[in-house]
Design a binder for this molecule. Structure first.
Ligand SMILES: Cc1cc2nc3c(=O)[nH]c(=O)nc-3n(C[C@H](O)[C@H](O)[C@H](O)COP(=O)(O)OP(=O)(O)OC[C@H]3O[C@@H](n4cnc5c(N)ncnc54)[C@H](O)[C@@H]3O)c2cc1C
Ligand code: FES
Length: 286
């Protein structure tokens, strides 16, 4: 396996430009599922992001929320894909083509792109940062297995885009739904375990519900394979100052959101078990 060290991003050289709020115009809106929409916009800094980095999206008079980038394109286009779960995400989902949003970032450490035999495991909107990652991985990997999980067929995201992306390379796609309405019935981690039992992977990438990622971490440890997982925490400043995203000794906005197996071992008392709520109180992860 070879890790492709990413060149120091130009973003790191211009931190003030990254932090400056930019107003972007929505070029296109795509409905991905009954509750998730993708918003495409032009932004040079987002289009130069590393897969796995995130932006803070400002909705005037509502809130500012963290979102991964679902498109990072050389043509200057970027996108976010947003699940309607509360006030801010509903307000974004009510936006149409021609409306504007505020963005700052991209922030944090993204995934390290690796070659060799690669496993990708995503659930729900956790698939968002895995899309631009997989677009880079297909250029260097010898084989990719992409496992996609959801509760029902309606909630399975981005299957078309994943199929198109992997159509010309040595790849396998496994879809699971908990109710069996599409693909294999069950949870995605069980299918991942079956593959890990039989095959050696040079890296396992994961993003999704934290309990799912914790399960993948346990499995990757059991089979001694390196893992990279993208974590979510409440975020406010996004630049390591406010402490709302703390996990162990790390700040997810600055030290993550992508963490390696080595880092996750250091926070395994909290990872998959507790997070800080909006008041900064440690609460169990359901
Ligand atoms: C690095 C990162 C990347 C993310 N990428 C995506 C993405 O690509 N697509 C997507 O749909 N969502 C993503 N999220 C989650 C998204 O930020 C939250 O769903 C959003 O902030 C909820 O705001 P709200 O006002 O709509 O909901 P609220 O009414 O504030 O809360 C609804 C639910 O979302 C949780 N939540 C609220 N704020 C946050 C937050 N800042 N971080 C994590 N959970 C939160 C709450 O605990 C609650 O369970 C990401 C979060 C992080 C930290
Ligand atoms: S969001 Fe403020 S320290 Fe991470």
């Amino acid at each position: 396996m070879q890790f492709h060290s990413q060149k120091r991003s130009r973003l790191a050289v211009y931190p003030t430009a990254t932090n400056r709020l930019r107003i972007v115009k929505i070029q296109e809106v795509k409905k991905e599922s009954p509750t998730v929409k993708t918003f495409i916009f032009h932004d040079r800094l987002c289009a130069e992001a590393e897969p796995g980095q995130f932006v803070m999206v400002w909705i005037p008079e509502v809130d500012e929320v963290p979102m991964s980038l679902s498109t990072i394109s050389s043509g200057g286009l970027a996108s976010i894909s947003v699940a309607d779960v509360g006030e801010a995400t509903r307000a974004i989902n009510e936006r149409s083509r021609g409306d504007v949003l505020g963005v700052r970032g991209p922030y944090g450490n993204g995934f390290t792109v690796a070659s060799g035999n690669v496993m990708v495991v995503g659930g729900g909107t956790g698939l968002v940062p895995l899309l631009p990652l997989a677009e880079k991985v297909v250029e260097v990997a010898t084989k990719i297995i992409f496992l996609v999980g959801a509760k029902t067929k309606n909630e399975l995201l981005f299957l078309d885009r994943i199929e198109r992306m992997l159509s010309k390379v040595n790849a396998e796609i496994v879809a699971t739904t908990e109710d069996g309405s599409y693909g294999l019935k069950g949870v995605v981690t069980d299918e991942a375990e079956k593959k890990l039992e039989k095959e050696r992977f040079d890296v396992v990438y994961t993003c999704g519900p934290e309990r799912m990622m914790y399960r993948m971490f346990v499995l990757a440890e059991r089979y001694s394979m390196p893992l990279q997982a993208s974590l979510e925490r409440i975020m406010r400043c996004a630049i390591g100052l406010c402490g709302s995203c703390v996990i162990g000794g790390f700040r997810v906005c600055r030290d993550g959101p992508v963490f390696t197996s080595e880092q996750l071992r250091m926070v395994k008392e909290e990872f998959g078990k507790f997070k800080l709520d909006f008041q900064g109180k440690k609460t169990p992860i359901s």
